[in-house]
Design a binder for this molecule. Structure first.
Ligand SMILES: Nc1ncnc2c1ncn2[C@@H]1O[C@H](COP(=O)(O)OP(=O)(O)OP(=O)(O)O)[C@@H](O)[C@H]1O
Ligand SMILES: [Mg+2]
Length: 236
């Protein structure tokens, strides 16, 4: 699904009534099936941008164009599972999936043994996996992920990253994934968009041309340099 984003300005009012610009001049498009990483310093507006794209926040100047009908799968920065429902029920609640699909998604994310557990019984890593599974259970055309692997150990994050990639490629879901981890961005995404410190504006839009899986260590190191240098020199 193609996604066109053009945010001229997004402002928020804080508790003392002052208005503060959170995002400005964020313009980019994603092609169907494109996997794009979104990077930027803490507080620059990444979560705000995802909320705008998902339609949860419509109070901004600009436009977000999504073809209709469309289905959005969203992984929030916190897992946000319903505590009074089991893992399986949390997945069923978002609708769409058959029991077979549900079993497949649970298996892909190594959750089959946990389907009868309740969120309170899960470690944070397991809860994050359920949140990812829930986003897939929707059968999304557009997948929005807000730091889905944060606070997981590196091995598990890499493993879940591979599972995520397999699921995304199978569904050809257009994907925007927020991360603070440059290596993770390079390993998962075909493109990297970088926002400046608050108020967030788009400062770099980099394509990783190499077909996924064929990324050499030298090319990955070059990309990492380019990303770090864009983040260090936001005005250049
Ligand atoms: N409901 C709100 N009311 C007022 N200000 C808010 C609100 N939500 C977020 N903000 C402010 O908007 C700015 C952007 O927040 P946002 O959560 O989008 O940043 P972020 O890039 O996702 O940060 P992080 O990497 O820490 O998750 C921050 O300065 C934050 O304090
Ligand atoms: Mg955030």
């Amino acid at each position: 699904m193609e996604l066109k984003i053009s945010i001229a300005r997004k402002a928020l009012r804080n508790a003392s009534g002052q208005t503060r610009v959170v995002l400005h001049d964020v313009v980019f498009s994603l092609r169907q099936g494109e996997i794009c990483a979104l990077l930027g310093p803490s507080g620059c507006g990444k979560t705000t941008l995802l909320r705008i794209i998902s339609g949860l926040d419509s109070d901004f100047e600009g436009r977000v164009l999504l073809p209709s009908p469309h289905k959005i799968g969203m992984v929030f920065q916190e897992p946000r599972l319903l505590p009074w429902r089991s893992v399986a029920e949390n997945l069923r609640l978002v609708g769409a999936s058959s029991e077979n699909d549900l079993a497949d998604i649970a298996a892909a994310l190594h959750l089959s043994k946990h389907l009868d557990h309740f969120p309170g019984e899960l470690s944070l890593g397991l809860a994050r996996r359920v949140a990812i599974a829930r986003a897939f259970a929707v059968k999304p055309d557009l997948l929005l992920l807000d730091e889905p692997f944060v606070s997981l150990d590196a091995a598990l994050a890499a493993c879940l990253g591979r599972e995520l990639l397999a699921l995304v490629l199978k569904r050809k879901a257009t994907t925007l994934i927020v991360t603070h981890d440059v290596d993770e961005a390079i390993s998962l995404a075909g493109r990297v968009i970088i926002l400046s410190a608050a108020p967030g504006r788009l400062i770099a839009d980099l394509t990783i041309e190499t077909p996924r899986g064929a990324l050499t260590a030298a090319r990955a190191a070059k990309m990492k340099d380019a990303i770090l240098s864009a983040m260090a020199n936001p005005s250049s």
